[in-house]
Design a protein around this ligand. Structure first.
Ligand SMILES: *[C@@H]1O[C@H](CO)[C@@H](O)[C@H](O)[C@H]1NC(C)=O
Ligand SMILES: *[C@@H]1O[C@H](CO)[C@@H](O)[C@H](O)[C@H]1NC(C)=O
Ligand SMILES: *[C@@H]1O[C@H](CO)[C@@H](O)[C@H](O)[C@H]1NC(C)=O
Length: 269
C-alpha cells in the first residue's frame, strides 16, 4: 500500500510538475538563504471581513509556511526583494516565483487533460461568468470523502451552478498546518461522476489543495475535466464562514499558457 502510494506520488510528480519530496525542499533555489519579504509574521487565522462584515476574504495569504502538495512540505518564500532600499537601491522591487498550484488557486482544463491543454484552454480563457456569481457554501459529512453517497446526501438543488464544499479539512485546519497532509478529504471518482451526472454545478470550490482525494487524485480530476467548462478552485479559506448563499467573486491572473493560477476569491453577503 505504502509502495503503491509512493509510485503514484512519483508518477504525479513526473507528469504534472508537483514537486517530489526532494525537489520541494529546494523549490526556489534562487531564494534560498537570501532576504525574503515574508511580511508580518502574524497570520490571521479566523474569518477576515471588510466593510462591516459585508465582504469576506476566502483566499489564503501566500506566506512561506503554506502547505505544499507533498507530505510535510511547505511552499517556502514566493516573493523576495530583487532591489532593496536597505541595500542602497532607490526603490524596493519584489519578485514573484511560485508553482501555479500553490495556496488558493484555480485549475484550468489543461491541467489534467492534454487535449484541452493543446486546445489552449489555459487560465486566461476561463469564463469569468462562471467564476463570478451566486454560490452556495455547504458543509459535507465529516466522516467520509466526497463520494457519490455524500454528494447525494447534500441534496444540492438543480440550477445551483457554484458550490463551495467545506469539509473536515477546515475542521482539521489543514491549510494552516505547517507541511502538506495527503490524508485530506476530497472528491472520489464516483463522487465526481455523481456531481457531473446529477447537478448543474460548474464551479467547484474546496478547502484543501486538491478537489480530488489523494487516492483518486488523477481519476476524479479526469472526470471533471471531461467537461471543459467546469472550473475547480482549490485551497479556499472557509474557516468560520456561515453556510448559505453568497455572491462569489474569483479572479485568476491572466497567465497565458498556464494551466493553473493563484486566484483571489471573496464572498459578498
Ligand atoms: C543585500 O545585500 C547583501 C550583500 O550583498 C545580500 O546578501 C542580500 O541578499 C541583499 N538583500 C536584498 C534584499 O537584496
Ligand atoms: C524597502 O525595503 C526595506 C528592506 O530592504 C525596508 O526596510 C523599507 O522599509 C522598504 N521601504 C519602503 C518605502 O517600503
Ligand atoms: C479520504 O481519503 C483519503 C485518501 O485519499 C484518506 O486518507 C482519508 O482518511 C479519507 N478521509 C475520510 C474522512 O474518509
Amino acid at each position: 500500500m505504502a509502495a503503491a502510494h509512493l509510485v503514484l506520488l512519483l508518477l504525479v510528480a513526473g507528469s504534472h510538475g508537483f514537486p517530489t519530496v526532494a525537489e520541494a525542499s529546494e523549490a526556489h533555489p534562487g531564494y534560498a538563504g537570501t532576504d525574503t519579504c515574508e511580511g508580518p509574521a502574524e497570520v490571521r487565522m479566523g474569518i477576515e471581513e471588510y466593510g462591516g462584515g459585508r465582504i469576506v476574504d476566502i483566499t489564503h495569504a501566500y506566506q512561506p509556511d503554506l502547505p505544499a502538495f507533498a507530505s510535510g512540505e511547505v511552499t517556502g518564500p514566493v516573493v523576495r526583494l530583487k532591489e532593496s532600499m536597505a541595500n542602497g537601491s532607490l526603490y524596493n522591487l519584489s519578485e514573484l516565483r511560485m508553482e501555479c498550484h500553490r495556496g488558493t488557486h484555480v485549475d484550468a482544463p489543461g491541467h489534467i487533460n492534454q487535449d484541452h491543454f493543446a486546445a489552449g484552454l489555459d487560465v486566461d480563457t476561463l469564463d469569468l461568468e462562471v467564476l463570478n456569481g451566486p454560490a452556495l457554501l455547504v458543509d459535507t459529512p465529516r466522516n467520509t470523502n466526497i463520494t457519490a453517497k455524500a454528494m447525494e446526501s447534500l441534496r444540492i438543488p438543480k440550477g445551483v451552478r457554484r458550490v463551495l464544499f467545506r469539509t473536515l479539512n477546515t475542521d482539521r485546519k489543514l491549510m494552516w498546518k505547517k507541511g502538506g497532509d495527503l490524508s485530506y478529504v476530497g472528491f472520489t471518482e464516483d463522487g465526481a461522476q455523481w456531481l457531473v451526472d446529477n447537478t448543474d454545478i460548474k464551479l467547484i470550490g474546496v478547502d484543501y489543495l486538491s478537489v480530488a482525494a489523494y487516492s483518486d487524485l488523477i481519476s476524479a480530476h479526469v472526470v471533471f475535466f471531461r467537461i471543459p467548462n467546469i472550473i475547480l478552485v482549490e485551497g479556499l479559506k472557509l474557516d468560520d464562514v456561515k453556510p448559505g448563499i453568497y455572491m462569489l467573486h474569483c479572479l485568476p491572473l491572466r497567465l497565458v499558457g498556464s494551466e493553473g493560477s493563484p486566484i483571489r476569491c471573496i464572498l459578498i453577503k
